[in-house]
Design a protein. Structure first.
Length: 228
């Protein structure tokens, strides 16, 4: 699902963002990516999405060689994954239904399929009655669930969530994580970059910790911090 072999990313200003990282995430895993700001989490996500190209090393995502991928191949890579951002990135002038439907439209899905699939996904995330609302009419938690619906509507093999609970209250955060667990139970591989200590400790999933661009810990049933 994800394989990184001796991956290094050095920016043009000489900053080392990723320093010789190797890891594997197998199909169906649920993995937390943790570490302080500047540790390399965001760069790793950008590499997996091919927003950034590695300086050295090999990267494979969903069977595709990301590190040597041609620009024309990148859209096909991204169609095999869903991404949820902390700032939601919803289209303000589109209704919730149209925001989710748009993700299907850009991959060429038939209108019949869109009309069938979108209501199912909105109901799954608890927003079936909000389909005609615009993002500005939704709470932060509702917007995050809308972003999650958009990310999963095309049934991705891999779901990447970058700080999905960063701006949410504890109860809403818990609900988002429950949804992610349910999606994972359906076979989708989940990678969550987070600072949410409580959620990481509560869920006891695999934890990969970064520091200064290196992996410093990889625990199969880990916590945000090692127990004293």
């Amino acid at each position: 699902m994800i394989e990184m072999n001796n991956v290094t990313k050095v920016y043009n200003n000489g900053a080392m963002a990723i320093d010789n990282i190797s890891l594997k995430v197998h199909p169906g895993e649920f993995v937390f990516l943790i570490g302080p700001s500047g540790s390399g989490k965001s760069t790793m996500i950008k590499i997996l999405m091919r927003e950034e190209k590695v300086t050295n090393g090999d990267v494979f995502v969903n069977g595709r060689d990301v590190s040597s991928m041609f620009r024309s191949e990148i859209p096909y890579l991204r169609r095999s994954m869903g991404v949820v951002f902390q700032d939601f990135r919803l289209l303000e002038k589109k209704t919730l239904y149209d925001n989710v439907a748009f993700a299907m439209e850009i991959i060429g899905a038939y209108k019949r399929e869109i009309k069938k699939r979108v209501p199912v996904v909105l109901k799954m995330v608890g927003l079936g009655d909000k389909k005609d609302c615009y993002p500005g009419q939704l709470s932060g938690g509702e917007q995050q669930r809308a972003a999650l619906a958009r990310a999963i509507v095309n049934k991705p093999q891999l779901l990447i969530a970058d700080e999905p609970t960063g701006n949410l209250d504890p109860e809403t955060s818990s609900h988002i994580m429950t949804l992610l667990e349910e999606i994972n139970a359906g076979g989708t591989t989940i990678l969550v970059a987070t600072h949410d200590i409580n959620m990481v400790n509560k869920m006891e999933k695999r934890v990969i910790e970064l520091s200064c661009g290196r992996i410093v810990r990889d625990d199969m049933r880990g916590h945000y911090r090692n127990e004293a």
